[in-house]
Design a protein around this ligand. Structure first.
Ligand code: BES
Ligand code: ZN
Length: 732
């Protein structure tokens, strides 16, 4: 799903731009209608939908409820996340680690009331009272008994009821309240903070009251119960449990790289979030939200074959001191750590709390690869609200501590010191939203819009790094980088725009594991690299052929002369430097007979085109002539005014129109060198014959002029085959 401020997905002619052309459109129509696919970054990020994240958050924060470290709910959270990851094809490991400190918790539900904040409340069970276990459920109507310090505070009918009273900071006051409730037959006691936006308090009693469960409730619990009581009777169901030195739980989903199914070599891209919440808090924002985003990233990426290993971490015990993440990084071998590209930790990734902004926080306040990649993804999404500063306090610290680039992504009212404007070496301060670590950290503390931004920024960075980094360079066949040229690739599902090359002629693209045909077009020249195997980061070079194909024309050569009717075979070939010759076409095909059936000049053309779109042609003019035989000498003597017979043969009777128009002519020439001394004159005129044919010979009678005595004269007979024949006569 695109961000509101992002680029809207393209649909052309009502056809959604995606995949291969629709089956019910003819291929040519579909090709013309469907726009190229988007680059993979965009295509994948566009599929993120924060509504899916919200449904995961709801399951964790509402259906499961508070997930205190070491409790069954932390494990349930891990199992839920693991189940989803399994459905996306991940290998899932549930890690148990610990033990951790003993947890004393009360689970509070209602058989019939719609409890505000979710159906699973959690309070702090007092160790001075009874732990019911899961089976001995205490159910009763709730009555309110103020501070519980005197009889006047109590209603008449306390027996069998659950008594709500005001929590008091003084132990003896609390003790009196509980003693008074127990003596009136209460089945359970809740001491809740009346005000102050408090978390459930843990407390002991100065005199043991082992027979009924006693628990501390937060101020939200107090308000919710008293509001419900104002509307009518309220029944609650309570169990209290003491989990003695329990184990914490992590869930790790691994999706191996295509070519590295056992996970020994592929780079590792990891996202993390923590499963656990503090006592009493449903932890919708802190940190079901992080898992909701992780799972949506996992869903979308699981649809692509990848050459990077993807890991999704759901860590327990974060609130207890990053315990689960520390346990996890302790399981990593040195070789495994070295394979990490980075760890993108998401903790509180979308509260509607207005002053909160999206921060990339690192333990040392410095940017790193993980931060930088998030900035790049933010730029691709058109989001300029991301900032970097300094903070530990979440699981990224555990990765940082073992040398893995990591950052905490968090929507927080973080206040960098001023000056400097953004961040300094010591970092800043922060103000958390009012629901932070409280029973009110519910679905109301979740912003789908901000989750979507997190998906686009953190998810976008993860997508970018989970794909193969492919450097596509475009150069000319002369070795010049080609800047600003559009690069497209078809990786089996249609042509896709990858962008245009930069000033260095390069484009950084990201591609899944695929075999792709790359293509670019520069000034009408097309370069194509077919069947390129993308199985890791690599470079692809596209050389654009700007050179015309060459043509070598052996027969006919320009000026070649063939005798009428003789057999002559066309011989030519075309060659190309780079892209290969597509067409090489002559007037007749190479190896075929030339046309020698008519006299005169003939043009022969060869046209060549290469695969890049460069074209060349070459022309040759050849002449077809009659088989000539002259029955007159080159030089003769004559008398001015005489008639000179010019006899010749042309290999048969070709009719009498074989003389070129305007011919024959004669011109004066010098007798010694035969150089023309005047212009040619037509011989047509009185005394000159018409051409005649007979007995296999042509005969033309040329009448010389009386005035030409004592000169030399050249006679030229030009035929319609383009040939000229001469004789020179010395006149007396
Ligand atoms: N989600 C918080 C981290 C956080 C909270 C960062 C507020 C920045 C501002 C995390 O779950 C948490 O509460 N962490 C603990 C520290 C941890 C080492 C126990 C905290 O900040 O107190
Ligand atoms: Zn947290």
């Amino acid at each position: 799903m695109a961000l509101a401020f992002g680029t809207v997905s393209t649909a052309v002619g009502g056809v959604q731009a995606q995949g291969s052309p629709s089956a019910d459109l003819p291929a040519d129509v579909a090709a013309a209608t469907i726009a190229p696919l988007k680059d993979y970054d965009r295509e994948i990020v566009d599929q993120f939908d924060s509504a899916n994240s919200v449904s995961h958050i709801r399951h964790l924060a509402v259906d499961i409820g508070p997930r205190l470290n070491g409790t069954p709910q932390e494990r349930e959270g891990a199992e839920y996340i693991g189940g989803i990851l399994k459905s996306y094809g991940f290998d899932v490991t549930i890690q148990s680690w610990g033990p951790v400190s003993t947890k004393n918790v009360a689970k509070v539900t209602s058989p019939n009331a719609d409890l505000p904040g979710g159906p699973n409340w959690q309070m702090a069970a007092s160790t001075s009272a009874k732990f019911t276990g899961n089976d001995a459920v205490v159910e009763g109507q709730v009555v309110y008994a103020k501070t519980g310090q005197s009889a006047a505070d109590f209603p008449d009918d306390v027996a069998g009821k659950i008594v709500l009273m005001d929590y008091n900071a003084t132990a003896s006051v609390r003790n009196t309240a509980v003693v008074n409730a127990v003596s009136r037959g209460a089945v359970a006691v809740i001491l809740a903070y009346p005000t102050g936006n408090s978390a459930p308090p843990s407390f002991t009693l100065t005199t043991a009251q082992p027979n009924i469960p006693v628990m501390g409730g937060g101020s939200a619990h107090y308000t919710w119960i008293t509001d419900l009581l104002a509307k009518g009777p309220l029944t609650l169901r309570i169990t209290t449990n003491q989990y003695v030195n329990p184990m914490g739980t992590n869930v790790i989903g691994v999706r191996h790289a295509v070519g590295d199914p056992t996970g020994t070599a592929a780079p590792i891209v990891m996202v993390g979030a923590h499963i656990d919440s503090v006592l009493g808090a449903p932890g919708a924002h802190d940190d079901a939200s992080g898992n909701g985003v992780s799972l949506e990233i996992a869903r979308v990426l699981s649809q692509y074959p990848l050459d990077k290993e993807l890991r999704i971490g759901g860590f327990g015990g974060e609130e207890g001191g990053l315990l689960g993440a520390k346990a996890y990084v302790n399981t990593l071998t040195a070789a495994e750590k070295a394979r990490f590209v980075g760890e993108w930790q998401m903790d509180m990734v979308g509260t509607p709390y207005e002053p909160a902004r999206l921060w990339a926080l690192t333990p040392n306040g410095q940017s790193n690869f993980v931060v930088q990649e998030a900035y790049n993804a933010a730029a691709r999404a058109g989001f300029d609200g991301l900032r970097n500063c300094r903070l530990g306090q979440s699981d990224h610290q555990a990765f940082y501590d073992v040398g893995i680039p990591s950052s905490l992504f968090i929507w927080l009212d973080y206040r960098p010191p001023t000056p400097p404007a953004v961040c300094g070496p010591t970092g800043g301060t922060y103000v958390t939203e009012p629901q932070y670590h409280k029973p009110t950290d519910t679905m109301d503390n979740i912003s789908p819009e901000r989750l979507q931004i997190t998906l686009d920024v953190v998810g976008g960075a993860v997508v970018h790094n989970a794909l193969n980094a492919v450097t596509v360079s475009a150069i000319s066949d002369a070795g010049q980088p080609l800047a600003g040229t559009p690069v497209r690739a078809d990786c089996g599902n249609g042509l896709r725009d990858l962008g245009t090359t930069g000033a260095d002629g390069r484009l950084q693209a990201v591609l899944p594991h695929a075999t792709c045909d790359f293509t670019t077009t520069v000034e009408g020249r097309v370069a194509t690299e077919r069947g390129v195997s993308i199985a890791g980061d690599r470079a692809v070079k596209m050389t654009v052929d700007f050179t015309k194909p060459t043509i070598s024309l052996t027969t006919p050569t320009d000026g070649a002369v063939f005798t009428l009717g003789t057999a002559a075979t066309a011989a030519y070939r075309c060659d190309d430097n780079l892209s290969g010759v597509v067409t090489c076409t002559g007037t007749v095909p190479d190896g075929s007979l030339l046309d020698t059936s008519t006299v005169g000049f003939h043009e022969f053309t060869v046209k060549a085109a290469d695969n890049a779109g460069n074209a060349a042609d070459q022309k040759a003019t050849y002449q077809v002539v009659y088989p000539w035989h002259a029955y007159f000498p080159e030089m003769m003597d004559g008398k001015a005014g005489s008639a000179v017979p010019i006899k010749f043969s042309l290999g048969g009777d070709h009719g009498t129109a074989v003389i070129a128009s305007g011919y024959p002519v004669s011109r004066p020439v010098t007798c010694d060198s035969g150089k023309p001394t005047g212009s040619a004159e037509s011989t047509s005129g009185p005394g000159n014959s018409k051409l005649s044919y007979g007995g296999g010979q042509y005969n033309y009678v040329w009448k010389t002029d009386r005035g030409w005595s004592n000169t030399c004269r050249q006679f030229e007979l030009k035929l319609d085959d383009g040939s000229s024949h001469f004789t020179t006569i010395r006149l007396k």
